[in-house]
Design a binder for this molecule. Structure first.
Ligand code: B12
Length: 216
């Protein structure tokens, strides 16, 4: 990461900690986008590491749960704002459904991953956090995506992932299912046990693996 991006990450984090939404967005747009920092780099080199630092500060009791929520709400706002500015490849005709498993409340990473897939030309159906398995399966049946990507952060949601994989396989045996999220970086090898491929530790790796899978 170069110095400009590192400085932007630090000032964005400071704006998050101050709860200053306007400043946080000004930084990303005026000091980021308008200075030529590519959108994917704003996502992966500024927002993602800032969120990780928020997690560390929270874990070590330097900030409260309320401050973590305040900071995360700012990153949600930032993703919404950047969405309009995503550089997009032409549509490649493939649809990916991306969903957090039942109980999983960490959705910002899955949302970012969805934005990256859109940038690469995929049509994305992003279902967000905590999707009840039964309803996810129904949505798969109704909208017939080309790929189902499931996001899991907390290890204790792996049983919900197992249920989702089993239910979708029962209904749509031919539909490829891939997984990602922090649970897999914390427990390497978990995907092999589940019989589903891990599609990468971040949104860029997900796009690379998905493009390779569909040869697009
Ligand atoms: C914000 C946050 C929350 C928010 C989430 C809000 C939201 N709308 O998303 C809330 C408050 C809900 C929350 C709750 C909890 N949290 Co929390 N949370 C975080 C925090 C600070 C940031 C998460 C984030 O935004 N990351 C940034 C995104 C961009 O990164 P990402 O999620 O890794 O996603 C990337 C990749 O993983 C990948 N990816 C994601 N999905 C997919 C899917 C596929 C298919 C692929 C291929 C890739 C992929 O691409 C993404 C983009 O590059 C993290 C700290 C951290 N290190 O991340 C803790 C953290 C994850 N939380 C933690 C904990 C403990 C909890 C709670 C248990 C706390 C509690 N006691 O209640 C609960 C559990 C809630 C639940 N039932 O799920 C711990 C987990 C520790 C552990 N080892 O288990 C962490 C690590 C905090 C810490 N200690 O540092 N949390």
């Amino acid at each position: 990461m170069n110095d400009t991006i590192a400085a932007l990450r630090d000032s964005y984090l400071a704006a998050q900690l101050a709860g200053n939404r306007r400043e946080a967005l000004r930084l990303l747009v005026d000091e980021g986008l308008l200075r030529g920092i590519p959108v994917p780099s704003i996502h992966l080199d500024v927002i993602q590491p800032a969120q990780q630092e928020i997690g560390r500060l929270w874990q070590e009791n330097h900030i409260s749960v309320a401050q973590e929520h305040l900071a995360t709400a700012i990153s949600q706002l930032a993703l919404s704002h950047l969405y309009r500015h995503l550089p997009r490849e032409p549509a490649n005709g493939r649809t990916v459904m991306l969903s957090c498993v039942e109980g999983e409340l960490h959705e910002l990473g899955a949302r970012m991953a969805s934005d990256f897939l859109e940038m690469a030309g995929f049509e994305v159906r992003f279902l967000g956090a905590n999707v009840p398995t039964e309803h996810m399966v129904r949505e798969v049946r109704e909208s017939r995506p080309d790929l189902l990507a499931l996001s899991v952060t907390m290890s204790y949601h792996v049983p919900a992932l197992r249920r989702a994989v089993a239910s979708v396989r029962g209904l749509s045996p031919g539909l490829p299912i891939v997984v990602g999220g922090l649970a897999f970086t914390w427990a390497p090898g978990l995907e092999a046990e589940l019989g589903v491929p891990f599609f990468g530790k971040d949104a860029r790796a997900l796009v690379a693996a998905t493009c390779e899978m569909f040869e697009v």
